[in-house]
Design a protein around this ligand. Sequence first.
Ligand code: ARG
Length: 609
Amino acid sequence: MNKILTMIEDELKKAFLACGYEERFAKAVLSNRPDLCEYQCNGAMAAAKTYKKKPIEIADQVVRKLKNSAMFSMCDAVMPGFINLKLEGGFVADYMNKMAADERLGLERQKSPKTIIVDYGGANVAKPLHVGHLRSAVIGESIKRMGRALGHHMIGDVHLGDWGLQMGLIIEELRDRKPDLPYFDQSFTGNYPDEPPFTIGELEDIYPAASKKAKFKAEEGRREGMDEEAIAREEEKSRAFAERAHLATRKLQEGYAPYTAIWNHIMKVSKADLKKNYGNLKVSFDLWKGESDAQKYIPGLIEDLIRQDLAYESQGALVVDIGEPGDSKELPPCIVRKSDGAALYATSDLGTILEREQDLHPDAYVYIADKRQELHFTQVFRVAKKAGFVANDMPMSFLGFGTMNGKDGKPFKTRDGGVMRLEQLIADINEAGYQRIMENRTAGEEEARKTAEMVGLAALKYGDLSNQAAKDYIFDLDRFVSFEGNTGPYILYTIVRIKSILNKYQEQKGNVENLTILPGASEGEKALMLELARYHEVMEGAFAEMAPHKLCQYIYDLSNDFNRFYHDSKILAEEDWQKQKSWIGLITLTKDVLEACIEVLGFDAPDRM
Ligand code: ARG
C-alpha cells in the first residue's frame, strides 16, 4: 500500500499540474508547526523562481484547486507561500483500516528486491566476546532485519576472525600445557582424535594466558618487584614463545596437518559457544564464514593486481594506491602483502569479496565495524573497484560505530578495569531488569526471571540502537532499565499496557478482530493515527540511511502518542460501543506496529511485566 506521504503528494501533483506548474514542485513534508497543520508543502517557493511569480500567488492557486479534494480537511496558503494541510479524519481512518487489514501493516513489497550482504558480528574465534563486539552484532542484526522487513534478500555473514596469530598462540600454549597430545608427536601416524583437546572453558583460558605470555612487559615485572636478571630471563622466554606462535601460525596457514586438526577443534568448540552467545542476543547469521575461507582466493588476486599493474613493491611490501582526485587528504596505499610474504586483514577482505561475488552475486555490501576501521574499508572498497572485483558502481557501505563508554566517559570496563565480557554484561543487565520487575511484585520467580531477560535485552539493544551509530554513547545501566523515558523497557511497558487492555476487553466483550477504526474524535486520537501512518516511510528511511536510531525515535514518539491517548480516553469504560470498538481496533494496530518495530530492532515484549 502507498505511503501516506506519497498519497498526499499525488494529490498535490494533480493540483500543481492543473494550475500549469510542474509536478516536481509538489513535495509534501511533515509539518514543523504541528500547532498549525499536520503536513505542509513548500513547493510554491521553489516554483516561484521558475515561473517568476510571487510564491503566495502560486500557493493560493494550488490551494483553490485542492479545496474540493476529499483528502484534506484544511488547506491554507500562508505567507510567504506555504501550503498548510490537515488530513480529513475519514481519509486517515480509512488508511488505518487498510494498514490493520494488511499482514505487512502496509509495508509495500519491493518491486525489485536486492541481494544485500551484511557483514557484522566479526567475532574473533577463541578470543572471548567482549562489549566491543556487542555493537556490531546489535546494529548489524537490526539493519539486516530492516532490509528483510522491506522485502530485500539480506544475507548476514559473521565473518569470523579465524586465521590470525591467535591460532598459533593457542597451539603453542596447548603444547606447553599438554605436550603428550598426538598433534605434537612428529612420529604419530594414526588418525587424530575426534574429541577436542580442550573444553570451551579451557579454551577461554588458553588464549588470554598465551597472549600474555607472548607480551611480557619489563615494566610490569619491575612493578611486581622482579630483579633485572629475572626480567631479562622472562623477556627472552616471552620472545621465544612469540616466535614459536608465529611459526605455528605460519605452518597452520601452509596446511600442516596436525595444526589443521587442532584448528578444526578450536573452530568447532568456539563456534558452538559463539552461537550460544549470539543466540542470547537474538542475533543469528545466515553464513558462518571467516577469514580462513578467503585464503584460497589470495594468491590469484595478488597475481591479478600485479598483472593489472595496480600492485607495486614498496619497501619490500606489495601495495596498491587508492588515492582519488576528490580526496580531501592523502590516503595511504593499501598493503596487500607484507615484506615477509604474509597476507593481511585487507587481503582477506578482498578475497572474501571475490568469494561473495562468485557464490552470492550481491547487489550491495554493508559492513558494520568500529569506526576506527574506516580507512581499512575505504582501502578495501577502492581496491575492489579499481581491480574490477566488483562493478564500479557497486554500492559498498561501511557503517562505523563509536565506542560504548562507562559513566566516566571512558571505554566501558569492569569494575577492576578489565575488559568486560559480553556474558557478564548480559548477566548484569538481566539482574538489573529483574530487580526492577520485582519492585512491581506482580510475577512469580520463574516468570520474573524470564521477563527480566526480555527487559534486559530490550534495555541493552535499545540503549545502543537509540543512539546514532557513529557516536560514542554512555552505557548507563540504571537509565537503560528504567520503565520511564526514552528506553527499551518503556516501549515494552507500553506494549504490555495495550496487551492488558485488549485482554480485559476480550474477557468482557469478546472479539478484538476486524474492528472498524472510525475517524478520530479528539486531537490526541488523530495524532496517534497520524503517527501510525508514518510507519512505512520511517522504516524505509531508517533502512536507506542505515539508521536504526530513527526507528527507535519513531517507536518512542508512537509510545508517547499512545500513552497520551490512553490517559485522555477511558477505553474500557467507554459506553458508546462503536467508539469503543474503534479504539480497540486502533490500539491493536498500535501494538502491532510497535511489535513489528521491536522485532526489527531485535527484541520482544513479554505479556506482563
Ligand atoms: N574481526 C574483526 C575485529 O574484531 C572485525 C571484522 C569486520 N569485518 C570485516 N569484513 N573486516 O576487529
